[in-house]
Design a protein around this ligand. Sequence first.
Ligand SMILES: [Zn+2]
Length: 149
Amino acid sequence: MSDCCSTNTEADTTSASAAPRKRPCPVDGHTSTEVKIETMLHHLKAPWAMSLTEQKYYFCDNTDCTVVYFGEDDSHFVLDQIRPTVGQKQYGPDKVLCYCFGVTQGEYLRDPAIKEFVVAQTRAGSCACDSRNPSGRCCLKDFPKPASR
Ligand SMILES: [Zn+2]
């Protein structure tokens, strides 16, 4: 039972009290959303060697900032320390939009109907954004608006 995409379902009201916290990135000040340590462990290189401590961590999704994760103590992890490519930090057709189903920006712009597939899978609870997406959030947030190409 993944709740990463719950904003798209009726379950929304029940999770309202658990809204993710925000904090500005220590490098560029970008407003960033809380990420689960579990999500970080799935994406950091050599997570066993990373000294993650008992605190909240956040994900900076500003494309131009190299910081991926940072903690309340402003310790941070940059792109080089992340195993997969981080779509939120990429430009161009190879930018990864959806980690659950491997959709790139180029594929999506060629065939916008792919988004409907992702929406349908999300509704069916078949997505795994909280472990596959480095942001831990629903991939649908990363799909550009159809008119913005
Ligand atoms: Zn940043």
